[in-house]
Design a protein around this ligand. Sequence first.
Ligand SMILES: Cc1cc2nc3c(=O)[nH]c(=O)nc-3n(C[C@H](O)[C@H](O)[C@H](O)COP(=O)(O)OP(=O)(O)OC[C@H]3O[C@@H](n4cnc5c(N)ncnc54)[C@H](O)[C@@H]3O)c2cc1C
Length: 126
Amino acid sequence: VVVRSGLAVDGWVPVDHTNLTKRFSGVYAVGDVAGTPVAKAGVFAEAAAGVVADDIAARLRGGVLERRYEGAGSCYIEFGGGMVGKVEANFLGGPAPTAQLVGPSLELAAEKEEFAAVRRERWFGP
Ligand SMILES: Cc1cc2nc3c(=O)[nH]c(=O)nc-3n(C[C@H](O)[C@H](O)[C@H](O)COP(=O)(O)OP(=O)(O)OC[C@H]3O[C@@H](n4cnc5c(N)ncnc54)[C@H](O)[C@@H]3O)c2cc1C
């Protein structure tokens, strides 16, 4: 449906990387369809949606977006024995993409639980 809409080029919807807009005013693309040079993962889709929401709010107030999309996100990794690590990546915030492994630790295991609980509540309610 995206390809047939005419929005895609080579399978992806090209966007301005800073605010996810397309060349049509008020049209955005986030998530797996967007032609941003970031990993295709939910954490990046979620972060991109936040930037789009801010961009829409700024436009409605007659202003401009005060933060740019950085393509930043982290991915938790189970190491066994209750230990969790995470890879923190930032694709667009600097001159080159960065990624670093943090942990593993029990603290990150608790953080992962909290990350999941916050999303469950946000999407499905308490
Ligand atoms: C096995 C697996 C594991 C993953 N694990 C992780 C993870 O641990 N962490 C992480 O961050 N990301 C993970 N991802 C990636 C993550 O799921 C995607 O990056 C994310 O879901 C993209 O969100 P999206 O909204 O762009 O697309 P989607 O979530 O794919 O949403 C697109 C929606 O459009 C609907 N749709 C399609 N065609 C039409 C149509 N014609 N009309 C109406 N609706 C339509 C689909 O049904 C779907 O609901 C995983 C992906 C897979 C497959």
